[in-house]
Design a protein around this ligand. Structure first.
Ligand SMILES: [Zn+2]
Length: 342
């Protein structure tokens, strides 16, 4: 087992052209510029392969994949009001999903203890047969499905801290008890899904955990939810792999939402999830989602990488009695399915 964490990237991320749009190639350039100035924070850079089509179609039907390929091959265009593709977007999307899948292999093969897959387009809004919200293929969902189908895992946890609800991921694993999906997101906000009452269905009931927060939530509420809800859920579920849908649009500088997080807030969440993953002996990987204030995005990704690679400080003593009301209500509500949260 090597101790060097890995950064996965591919130049095609810069070729997915969206015109005047918040989800733009400059997002990747800004991140790379920040990380280069900081010597990549000790991460080893790797180039992501395109995804094996059979792995992709475990989540997205071939007809849907072919439709995206066709629209790109014929010049591109709008797939919905927010989601646009250019001729090379299909290639970019294949590498975005491929990076997430390669990351799973590196983590499960012990070749990296932690990793970050950083590509465009993002993925968490993509449904099995529908592109939406700047997303074409659901990268994190494809990676989780791969871990189950091809790597023989039984339990994968996905923590989505993007400020928008990860509706695609939510729906793809809605009826599964093998993927615990936990989303912290601003409500009300696009795409309008993810109420606390959406807890999954069938065998998956209880394995979808939605934690909507109001505008202005800030570092304290996000971090309290991670420490006092997400971490105990992880200890109860005991995942063999933890994936973070790492969006940075909850940042106070972000133009698309109002959650007011700081760079330090993202670092604190990353540290907490890393601590949890290490305690559970489950490797931890991040998949880039949103984040549209270029400076804030770049700094917060760097803060995440630092948190994932620097020595962990001693945990803060948790007095437990001072949790925000939203956290206390969430724990009470979830205790029905997860007694450890009582
Ligand atoms: Zn978002």
């Amino acid at each position: 087992m090597t101790s060097t964490p890995v950064w996965l990237e591919h130049p095609s991320s810069l070729l997915h052209e969206t015109g005047p749009h918040p989800e733009q190639p400059a997002r990747i350039t800004a991140i790379e510029h920040e990380l280069a100035a900081r010597d990549w924070l000790g991460f080893e850079r790797m180039t992501s392969p395109a995804i094996d089509r059979a792995v992709l179609t475990a989540v997205h039907p071939e007809a849907y994949v072919a439709s995206i390929e066709r629209v790109c091959a014929t010049g591109g265009g709008f797939l919905d009001a927010d989601t646009v593709v250019s001729p090379q977007s299909f290639e970019a999307a294949l590498h975005a999903a491929g990076g997430a899948v390669r990351m799973v292999d590196l983590l499960l093969d012990g070749e990296a203890p932690r990793a970050f897959s950083a590509h465009r387009p993002p993925g968490h809004h993509a449904q099995t047969s529908r592109a939406m919200g700047f997303c074409l293929f659901n990268n994190v969902a494809v990676a989780a499905q791969y871990a189950l189908d091809r790597r023989g895992l039984d339990r994968v946890m996905i923590v989505d801290w993007d400020v928008h609800h990860g509706n695609g991921t939510n729906d793809i694993f809605h009826a599964s008890d093998r993927v615990l999906f936990v989303s912290i997101h601003q409500s009300p906000l696009y795409p309008g899904t993810g109420p606390a009452g959406d807890v999954g269905s069938g065998e998956g009931r209880g394995f979808t955990v939605n934690l909507p927060v109001p505008p202005g939530a800030g570092d304290r509420l996000f971090c309290s939810l991670v420490d006092q809800v997400v971490a105990p859920l992880a200890r109860s579920f005991s995942p063999q792999l933890m994936l973070i849908s790492a969006g940075y649009d909850a940042h106070r500088d972000d133009p698309l939402a109002e959650c007011e997080l700081t760079d330090d807030g993202f670092a604190a969440m990353a540290r907490s999830l890393r601590r949890t993953s290490e305690a559970l002996d489950a490797p931890l990987g991040c998949v880039l989602e949103g984040g549209y204030a270029l400076g804030a995005l770049a700094r917060s990704v760097a803060a995440t990488l630092a948190a994932l690679n620097e020595p962990l400080p001693a945990p803060e003593p948790d007095d437990g009695g001072d949790a925000p009301l939203i956290v206390r209500y969430a724990r009470e509500r979830l205790a029905q399915s997860w007694p450890a949260l009582a």
